[in-house]
Design a protein around this ligand. Structure first.
Ligand code: FES
Length: 85
């Protein structure tokens, strides 16, 4: 007996294809692929911290728009995510 497969969505993070469950945030995709969102002024990797749109640590460029919050953005098909921007 086959279990129903969850629907997935494919996005691109720094040019690499990543498939996550539909309804996942970009922060989830970044965490699953162990990628930092950005580099701080002290050259430290930064990633999602609060996951509720307050800390601003999860800023990435999405479809060419900088400083989007990964934790507040749902993955959409073929979304282009750029980190370290
Ligand atoms: S993780 Fe804090 S604003 Fe996104």
């Amino acid at each position: 007996m086959h279990e129903p497969q969850p629907e997935t969505v494919q996005i691109h993070i720094n040019g690499k294809s990543v498939r996550v469950a539909t309804g996942s945030t970009v922060a989830v995709a970044l965490t699953l692929t162990e990628q930092a969102c950005r580099i701080s002024v002290r050259h430290e990797e930064r990633g999602p911290l609060c996951a509720m749109g307050i800390c601003m640590e999860c800023r990435v460029t999405i479809d060419g728009v900088p400083s989007r919050l990964a934790c507040q953005t749902l993955c959409q098909p073929n979304m282009d995510v750029r980190t370290h921007g």
